[in-house]
Design a protein around this ligand. Structure first.
Ligand SMILES: *Cc1c(COP(=O)(O)O)cnc(C)c1O
Length: 377
């Protein structure tokens, strides 16, 4: 038995989602951009339905939804699109602010923009993983164009205080982009109520298909397209829409919303069992201790063992990771920001529980870590 406990890297596609996508691959193959005949109009209607589903769950309106290939593309479109539009409009604000603990899909586009005339400030996080609001406020000067903050961290699951952050942005005239790839379908999000200007999400993080995501953009906000071509999606993101994936994305978010509370309750209990079992081994520390966290996340550092040898033993029975799936090789910048050394970061384990996680898997996880720690210490 191998327990899959890496749901922050990706989730299995829900069979109900696979079923909802099925007719759109071959049976209904028309291009939704072609408005001339009925099958195309039906495909276009399916796309609009999915837009409505996303908007409804996330507390916004359908016109805000731009489909992308995933959260990486949504983040690139948000950050580069806002900067390019600001430049064209002669906006004097140029600085971009974010947190050191962001995903590479935010940090790398920011670094790119930093090389192209948009200075970047990264605000540190506290030892519990949360940003200090006073420190964030101090960073939001008159020259700041946009703040990008993730809703839930992909390594330590920490939830940043979005309502307070959004209020600061409003006071300061700063646009707010939220990378919600780990949050959508897992915690309640109300875009309009919170006052979020741009929000990124990804289907494969909430039991949907890989290769599809969305950027939700407040109506009226100036955003320069990054993909030019056939003028699809009102020219905001050209390219033929992958109708099966779009349908799957809408269905997946509806499905994730339907069992969200029950799932969080059940996985929170399993996660706490896992933590209690690991804590009893001694010399194991929680990362993101005390902060509000995703119910299905647990990230621990094992003291006094070599990380490479630890993970070599774990992978025989557990699919877990030492950091983000997207930064293979280099030690976690998130754990470093919490004050962990390179050695400690390497000897850390990220558990991401999911819909299929069972008592038996939690027992297996505790036993596997216990055996590895006994062997290595
Ligand atoms: C997974 C993830 C991404 C990247 O999403 P893709 O759809 O795989 O491109 C971006 N940000 C966060 C926080 C993520 O967890």
């Amino acid at each position: 038995m191998l327990a899959y406990l890496d749901h922050h890297a990706t989730t299995p596609c829900d069979p109900a989602v696979v079923a909802a996508m099925a007719p759109w691959w071959s049976e209904h193959c028309a291009n939704p951009a072609n408005r001339l005949y009925r099958p195309a109009l039906e495909a276009a209607a399916a796309v609009e339905r999915a837009r409505g589903q996303l908007a409804r769950v996330l507390g916004s309106s359908a016109e805000t939804v731009i489909f992308t290939s995933g959260a990486t593309e949504a983040n690139n479109l948000a950050l580069k699109g806002v900067c390019e539009a600001a430049l064209a409009a002669g906006n004097l604000r140029r600085r971009l602010v974010s947190l050191v603990s962001e995903h590479r899909a935010v940090l790398d586009p920011l670094a790119y923009l930093g090389r192209h005339g948009f200075p970047v400030s990264l605000v540190p996080i506290q030892p519990d993983g949360l940003v200090d609001l006073a420190q964030l406020e101090a960073a939001l000067g008159d020259d700041v164009l946009l703040l990008s903050v993730m809703a839930a961290n992909n390594e330590i699951g920490v939830l940043q205080p979005l309502a307070a952050i959004a209020a600061l942005c409003r006071q300061r005239g700063v646009l707010l982009h939220v990378d919600a790839a780990q949050a959508a379908g897992h915690i309640p999000l109300a875009i309009d109520e919170l006052g979020i200007d741009l929000l990124s999400l990804s289907g494969h993080k909430f039991y949907g298909p890989k290769g599809i995501g969305a950027l939700l953009v407040r109506p009226g906000l100036q955003l320069a397209a990054q993909l030019h071509g056939g003028g699809q999606q009102d020219g905001r993101r050209a390219g033929t829409l992958p109708v099966p994936l779009v349908v799957g994305l809408g269905q997946a978010l509806l499905g994730a919303e339907a069992d969200r509370e029950e799932r969080a309750g059940r996985l929170g209990t399993l996660r706490d069992q896992l933590w209690e079992g690991l804590r009893d081994l001694g010399g194991i520390e929680l990362n993101g201790d005390g902060a509000p966290r995703l119910a299905h996340n647990l990230n621990v550092t094992v003291q006094g063992v070599d990380g490479t040898r630890l993970h070599r033993l774990l992978r025989q029975r557990l699919a877990v990771s030492s950091g983000s799936a997207c930064s293979q090789g280099s030690p976690s910048h998130v754990l470093a920001a919490l004050g962990r050394s390179r050695q400690q970061a390497a000897a850390s384990i990220r558990f991401g529980l999911g819909r299929g996680s069972s008592d038996a898997e939690i027992t297996l996880a505790i036993e596997t870590v216990a055996a590895a720690v006994r062997e290595l210490r």
